[in-house]
Design a protein around this ligand. Structure first.
Ligand code: HEM
Length: 404
């Protein structure tokens, strides 16, 4: 048993038992952040704050939501939206946050790609980030099932059908996932469990892993400069704050981060109060009806690019292309063979790769929303092929890159 002194204060009492001073040093006052970063480095904090908003609004919604096929639709559209005071506000916060979080995730990911922040010791940050992306996607999809509207039902049908594996005809697997032949009570119950318990727990654990993965390599900076964090921290601690290339996470950097978070929240609540409609599909205001297929079934905007990689091909190649799109981003740190972790603008062909990839994914998103007819289906096919070709080219063009 360790030796304990009689505590002089509550802080001292906690410090002896939980080493709160050491934790604060490691996580905050001696966690060093490069000065040379821009507002794009606040996206991670914005994501954490948005996840907090989702959690809190979700808890309020959970007080009135009913996971039952007979009452789910009304519990959302009447009880929460019309009867419970401010129920509409929590629903709009939840809906808008669910959509905006993906916009920020995409900005955060492309910032990482642009600055090469997935290389040189930062591979685990990237991999844990991608696990977060996949888990957030499952979280959004399972949440979309809960109001039990037409789009909930039919998107549930289409997505679970993918597990049949085309000509593999794994129909037993699809039934196992649904717990029935079609989406019904068992389906709603298990997606409810995933949405309110298992996936949020997984997200919390993954955020922990993501933050832990950041601690040793530290965040990158906008010049890709390799900083000697110990030497720069020593300068800072010796009082040469102006000469040091780093600042402490708390309170110095946090105060800058919070300014960007503040601006974001103004934009966020503007959407919540004045433009929440973009986050709600009108088709989902009709109750689920297994006998009435909507004319056009499409996913939410953040899944459209990968949906458009599935759609233009025949079933089996389409499924393979779709599977490819889901996993390929995980491999980025290993497919990028260049030794340089610097901004794409200094990386020659990789810069071209980056911008073509970004534009291609925007085109895929736009085409995914439109009916697959005429010119749109041709553009969709070209964009899907471009996506695959870009990934195949990546190791070759990056291998040729000279060390800077
Ligand atoms: C959705 C939940 C996420 C949260 C809460 C989160 C949070 C953070 C935070 C706070 C940082 C440090 C500051 C910053 O660079 O913004 C960070 C860095 C990073 N994140 Fe995330 N992140 C999330 C998702 C992702 C995803 C989906 C990816 C991409 C696959 C990703 C990849 C990275 C990378 C590569 C860095 C290092 C940036 C650098 O070194 O400059 N993160 N994240």
């Amino acid at each position: 048993m360790a030796h304990f002194e009689k505590a002089k204060s509550l802080h001292d009492w906690l410090n002896q038992r939980l080493a709160v001073d050491a934790v604060r040093r490691v996580m905050a006052t001696e966690y060093w952040i490069p000065k040379n970063i821009n507002f794009l480095w606040a996206m991670g904090m914005i994501l954490a704050v948005t996840f907090g908003l989702l959690l809190v609004s979700g808890i309020f919604l959970l007080m009135y939501y009913q996971p039952n096929v007979a009452t789910a639709f009304d519990s959302v559209n009447y009880t929460i939206m019309k009867e419970v005071e401010f129920g509409w506000l929590w629903r709009h916060i939840h809906g808008v946050a669910a959509s905006v979080v993906f916009l920020i995730i995409y900005i955060h990911m492309f910032t990482g790609i642009y600055y090469g922040s997935y290389k040189k010791g930062r591979e685990m940050i990237w991999i844990s980030g991608m696990l977060l992306f996949v888990t957030f996607s499952a979280e959004a999809f399972s949440g979309y099932m809960l109001p039990w509207g037409q789009m909930s039902y039919w998107a549930g049908m289409v997505i679970t059908n993918l597990f049949a594996g085309g000509s593999l005809h794994a129909d037993g697997l699809v039934e196992w996932i649904r717990g029935d032949y079609v989406p019904a009570q068992a389906f709603l119950n298990r997606f409810f469990m995933l949405h309110v318990l298992l996936l949020p727990l997984a997200i919390l654990a993954l955020i922990g892993l993501h933050f832990a993965a950041l601690r040793i390599p530290h965040v990158n900076n906008q010049d890709g400069e390799e900083i000697d964090f110990e030497a720069e921290a020593a300068k800072y601690k010796a009082g040469d704050k102006a000469g040091s290339k780093v600042i402490a996470f708390a309170n110095d950097f946090m105060s800058k981060d919070m300014m960007v978070v503040g601006i974001y929240l103004v934009f966020f609540f503007y959407l919540v109060f004045y433009h929440y409609g973009f986050a709600m599909d009108p088709v989902n205001f009709d109750p689920a009806d297994g006998l009435k297929t909507p004319a056009h079934i499409y996913p939410e905007w953040y899944f459209l690019w990968s949906y458009e990689i599935l759609r233009p091909f025949p079933t089996d190649p389409g499924l393979i292309a779709f599977g490819f799109a889901q996993v390929i981003f995980f491999l980025l740190p290993f497919l990028d063979r260049s030794p340089n972790a610097v901004p794409a603008s200094r990386r020659g062909l990789f810069n071209v790769w980056f911008w073509v990839m970004l534009v291609d994914m925007i085109v895929l998103t736009a085409m995914g929303k439109l009916p697959p007819e005429g010119i749109f289906s041709t553009i969709g096919l070209v964009a899907a092929i471009t996506f695959i070709v870009l990934w195949i080219l990546l190791p070759f063009i990056t291998k040729k890159e000279k060390e800077l």
